[in-house]
Design a binder for this molecule. Structure first.
Ligand code: ATP
Ligand code: MG
Length: 569
């Protein structure tokens, strides 16, 4: 491609709402333009990157026997009602009616559609397993679209679905897909980690996320210092604490504690470790057709993990409550204790089951109880894992390493669905005994457009993008410094032809612009290599600028083709 002909509208200005490097650079370097919140146009450079990512995905999917299909983007709302997800997905679903008044939904993911495709078409265990995928635009009316391609409303996803006759076969496929996803990310040149993820209401162990490690990642992941364990903080577990602080022994008693409201104040007042205090987090829990205030209790040294809380209550959503709302049901904000269960449902962290020597609110202004033994309510309250792990907690797998936090960008999610959707949509096959069974399913998502952003989050500097070899829109940029210099033009054109013949994706910067301007542009776009043909050509020398290392090396002009081919390999 000749730069003089290319549609690459670069700019010095970053979008006003751009907080992340990938958003800034993809916009400034002319890869994307914004249409509206969470909606972007992909310009030629972005299309090239997307195609590369898609090709790698397609190759790896073919290797594991998955077949590509393409399902309608517009999906009948009836299917969403059948699975019950029309409520669960809520406002993220963009609904609309056609001219006949039929209700449709723009597909945010395609489980229902894929099950509908397979039901009544695959009817025997003999035709299983089956793995179908597509790479397709999705639409989710995200509450807070942000960070450019990272969290769009319209975005590209590779979504795959597998169908099995047995759980063993699903397990085998899940492992094969994990391996394929790892190969994809390795080939794209990304540093990533596979972590255990929240499995939502479905539960079980078969939910993993692929996280590209980057400081700007929206997800916090807990990783073990000794073993391979890694988990999204939403799902991270820990081993029971080893160094338990000395217990404050006291008989059950009520104490006046004027103005002591926070856990820190409470610990300070009684001179006890927050481990022995009970923290109450009150939330309004929203179900399908009703809502209620639920009190979540964790140790004072812990925090409530909201996704765990959501799963523990099987709710659609959890929102904050005001002090007024608490008073309305007779609870005293700041002094709520887990002993007053007739006023609101209690969900207590498992680590507090049968815990003793506790200090908690006395459900009365300016009073706390000491010497509380939760053993007395162990049969009546709900005990669930609702606490968030802390850095320094012990790994649940090896039991030795300590957990620490790092940030990741979720680029993939693989999930053992079981029969959730096939049962709801009555998609069945006949097993070996001729008995009808719902398909056992897996689902495998990968964020293609999010990957474009993730590459840049991991590979950039202050001057712009640094595409990895597998993702670069063009591998080589040939820079003719002075377009009026015949010798420079001649070498540039020759190298351009030769590289094209060798199948190298190459850009020829033949614009009548200043060298400094063109070089800044090349850095911003982030071609892995720029061949600089400048004044030194008079002495038979040119330079290769390596964008990743930012090192320039001088090469004999005669040898430039070999030298650049050596790098490109
Ligand atoms: P998130 O927690 O980031 O919202 P999710 O759990 O909703 O993601 P999935 O439903 O598992 O995501 O979708 C599969 C993949 O699609 C994700 O791993 C992610 O890479 C990508 N993805 C999801 N939502 C978006 C979005 N709004 N913009 C871009 N990519 C997205
Ligand atoms: Mg989401």
């Amino acid at each position: 491609m000749r730069r003089s002909r290319a549609f690459i509208p670069t700019s010095k200005e970053a979008p006003s709402d751009a907080a992340l490097p990938s958003h800034v650079f993809l916009a400034r370097a002319g890869f994307i333009t914004q249409v509206a919140a969470g909606l972007y146009n992909y310009l030629p450079l972005a299309k090239r990157v997307i195609k590369k990512i898609e090709n790698v995905i397609n190759e790896e999917m073919t290797k594991v026997g998955a077949q590509e299909v393409e399902l309608s983007f517009v999906t009948p709302a009836d299917l969403w009602a059948e699975s019950g997800r029309i409520e669960k997905f809520g406002k993220e679903l963009l609904r609309f009616k056609d001219r006949k008044g039929n209700l449709f939904v723009l597909g945010p993911t395609h489980e229902e559609m894929m099950v509908d495709l397979v039901r009544n078409r695959v009817t025997s265990y003999k035709n299983l397993p089956l793995n179908l995928y597509q790479i397709k635009t999705k639409f989710r009316d995200e509450a807070r679209p942000r960070f450019g391609l990272m969290r769009g409303r319209e975005f590209i996803m590779k979504d795959g679905y597998s169908f099995h006759a047995t759980t063993e076969d699903l397990d085998r496929e899940f492992d094969a897909m994990e391996a394929a996803y790892k190969r994809i990310l390795t080939r794209l040149g990304l540093d990533y980690r596979v972590v255990e993820a929240d499995s939502g209401a479905i539960g079980g162990s078969g939910s993993k996320e692929l996280m590209v490690l980057a400081d700007s990642g929206e997800d916090t992941i807990a990783v073990c210092s000794k073993c391979e364990y890694g988990a999204n903080i939403e799902a991270a577990k820990r081993k029971a604490r080893k160094n338990i602080p000395e217990a404050p022994e006291a008989n059950f008693n009520k104490f006046q504690t004027p103005d002591v409201k926070t856990i820190d104040e409470l610990g300070e007042f009684f001179k006890v470790d927050p481990y022995y205090t009970v923290k109450c987090v009150a939330k309004r829990v929203i179900y399908e057709d009703e809502s209620e205030i639920v009190l979540f209790f964790v140790r004072g040294c812990d925090n409530l993990q909201e996704v765990k809380a959501l799963n523990a209550t099987d709710a659609l959503d959890i929102v904050d409550v005001t002090e007024e709302e608490l008073r309305e049901i007779g609870l005293e904000p700041g002094f709520i204790g887990p002993l007053d269960q007739d006023k609101a449902k209690h969900v207590i962290d498992v680590d507090l089951k049968n815990a003793q020597n506790l200090i908690c609110g006395a459900n009365e202004q300016d009073y706390h109880f000491v010497g509380v033994d939760l053993g007395i309510i162990s049969d009546v309250a709900y005990f669930e894992d609702i606490a968030e792990v802390n850095e320094g907690d012990i790994c649940p797998v090896c039991g030795e390493g300590e957990l620490s936090f790092t940030k990741g960008i979720e680029v993939g999610h693989i999930f053992k669905l079981g029969t959730t959707y096939s049962a709801a949509l009555k998609a069945e096959f006949l097993d070996e005994n001729g008995k009808a069974q719902p398909f056992i399913m897996g689902t495998y998502g990968m964020g293609v457009s999010r990957l474009v952003a993730a590459v840049i989050e991991q590979h950039h500097d202050d001057n712009g993008c640094k595409w990895t070899k597998a993702t670069a829109p063009y591998m080589v940029n040939i820079m003719i410094s002075n377009i009026k210099d015949e010798a420079q033009v001649e070498l540039g054109e020759k190298l351009y032809r030769e590289l094209q013949e060798l199948g190298v994706e190459v850009m020829l910067d033949d614009r009548k612009e200043r060298f400094g301007f063109k070089m800044k542009d090349a850095e911003l776009i982030g071609f892995p290599y720029t061949v600089i043909i400048g004044k030194e050509l008079a002495n038979g020398a040119v330079q290769i600028y390596d964008r990743a290392s930012t090192v320039k090396t001088t090469v004999a002009a005669d040898d430039i083709l070999n030298a650049i081919m050596e790098k490109v390999k």
